[in-house]
Design a protein around this ligand. Structure first.
Ligand SMILES: [Zn+2]
Length: 203
């Protein structure tokens, strides 16, 4: 299966889960050895998303020979590909859980996930005896500014960052394959649900 077809399948899966409502969310993949990448066209219902809805952009997010508009958040994809040269796929979802939890915990600056077996779903993690911090950045329409904030975080805090949240907005994650990135979405959503349930039970 082509990467394009594989990612369309993943987008439909995420849409079906209710993780890409109201034309929100955006996705991209980068082919081996390329600096340009393919990102989802903006403003489409992700249930109808098809292979033709990807457009090629350069590493700065400018469309290559294409009059269509890439997603407004393409600059964050550019930042991830630049920070993580091995990354081949970036997925951004808007779920009820990641929207609410990121808003509630924004003042803490992040959420710490530890001692969960499913942390092994993150590439490179082999044990549950680990602590993974998912940072939460303030929401803004200034995506260039947010990209700088992300780059600074990776530089000073975590060169192995696997995902981040934007308060009241959503989640970004990526992987060295499309399958890795999809698994990372599932890991983060599963663990946010665990954390939410723990907060609720503890009161
Ligand atoms: Zn978004």
């Amino acid at each position: 299966m082509s990467q394009r077809a594989e990612l369309v399948k993943v987008i439909h899966f995420l849409h079906q889960k209710g993780w890409a409502p109201a034309t929100s969310s955006n996705y991209s993949f980068r082919e081996a050895g390329q600096s340009n990448f393919f990102v989802s066209q903006s403003g489409l219902d992700k249930g109808d998303f098809a292979e033709k809805h990807f457009l090629q952009v350069d590493p700065s997010g400018n469309p290559v020979d294409d009059a269509r508009k890439p997603s407004a958040e393409t600059l964050l994809h550019c930042a991830v590909y630049q920070l993580f040269p091995e990354a081949r796929c970036v997925l951004h979802t808007h779920t009820v859980l990641n929207t609410v939890v990121s808003q509630l915990l924004e003042t803490q600056g992040g959420i710490v996930l530890e001692n969960y077996e499913i942390l092994k779903g993150f590439s490179g993690i082999k044990t549950h005896e680990i602590s993974v911090k998912i940072p939460i950045f303030a929401n803004t329409q200034d995506i260039a500014e947010l990209s700088i904030e992300l780059a600074e975080f990776v530089r000073w805090n975590d060169s192995e960052l696997r995902a981040f949240l934007i308060a009241g907005h959503g989640m970004y994650t990526w992987g060295n394959t499309i399958a890795d990135a999809k698994r990372h979405v599932e890991v983060v959503e599963f663990l946010l649900e665990c954390e939410y349930l723990k907060m609720k039970l503890k009161g």
